[in-house]
Ligand binder design. Sequence first.
Ligand code: AHR
Length: 496
Amino acid sequence: MKARITAHKSFVIGDIDRRLYGSFIEHIGRAVYGGIYEPSHETADDQGFRADVLELVKKLNVPIVRYPGGNFVSGYNWEDGTGDKARRPRRMDLAWMATETNEVGIDEFQEWARRANTEVMMAVNLGTRGADDARNCVEYCNATSDTYYANMRRANGFEKPFGIKVWCLGNEMDGPWQICQKTAEEYGRLAAEAAKVMKWADPDIELVACGSAHRNMKTFGQWELTVLDHTYEHVDYLSLHQYYDNRDDDTPKFLGRAEEMDEFIKSTAALCDAIKAKKKSQKTLSLSFDEWNVWYHSQEQDKSLEKWTVAPPRNEDIYNFEDALLVGTMLMTLQNNCDRVKMACLAQLVNVLAPIMTENGGKVWAQTIFYPFMYGSAFGSGTTLRAIVESEKYVSSAKREIPYLATSVIYNKEAREIVVYAVNRSLDEAMELDVALEGFEGCRLIEHIELYADDLKAINDKDTARVTPCHVDLRDDGQIILKKHSWNMLRYKIGE
Ligand code: AHR
């Protein structure tokens, strides 16, 4: 099979905000306890953070990490995770039916983030709580004033404010599973008022309003319109969340899911623009795709988890090779929508729906999905070009026309490089790829990285890394071959 990508220097989609490569740590399962934090682990540092985990997180190069939820945040009292650890309450976490010890809270997490070279994207509780606690939390984290919550932070040993820039106004408030679900009217009003007082406490913060929990919510569309009618002038981003599964073991359909993600982004942007038009606003709202991934492998086994335990092994999806292909393709979709999607969070980071897995007291390892994300984050900086793709298509069982070739093309002006990410979705044919980079002088292919496994269901575990990237030898005739069902990164150097 043959395919062709044509990109021109002048035809651009937009500049990539580095925060497109964000991730997420929720108080759920073993994400925090046994994940980033395990004081008894042999690699634990002076604060109890696992250094082996930190090392892998740094390799992923995530610029921002959403915290502390997720569904968890809708029942969370942020003060529980501050100050003297000995006095912190153990609480029922009604989101995940577990016991939260509060050993880790914002005091510790902001320090972990510093050590991981990342920033915190903080979510506030708009489930059981409201505007009052939200503005207090902003004051605690960011204020320099001589006032109650800023002084509480100082008394807890933090003279310098944490300087948290991005704040989520609750989480998936339309979901019936959410602690204190809201109607769009209720949430819209609450989010608008919370946003106002949070920005009065710190005018430099950026705020994310909740979009629908996912695209298949019955109220998708109407939720966005109503919420934005109330919040449009007070917020900076609208959130999107989406997870895909291959429960019916239909790989061609599964690999085509990123096309649906693309439609989801474009229709959400259209909903934002409808409100912009209605309000005659000058402002164009950006999108924060702050939960995305594959999620299904663990759902059956999670049904038997015992209630009210501390850090049970919940949502521990073991990702296979085809999941890595979809995650790589979803990341390309985010890159190809970088004009609207300014932030995104792979959900999540450690143990829970995660690229990084640990065993308690033991090893850490990279799951299959680690690699396309790592290469996306490491080399996907700059400007996404509007690539023209010529590729054969197939029709999936979801009655969608899916091009065999999925791609994104990114021009990094500073590095004088162009990076082409490419997935060949064909399950049985290799692809001969022709890449035409126009408007650039003397582009030379310098590296071809490939992620491939013969077995689509191959996984990595603590002892064996079966799915790892490799360097492909560059051919003298310049021909590029993308193996059947493979993820690839092609790096070009632009001539002087
Ligand atoms: O990431 C796991 C959960 O998925 C989050 O808590 C919630 O926001 C979403 O439904």
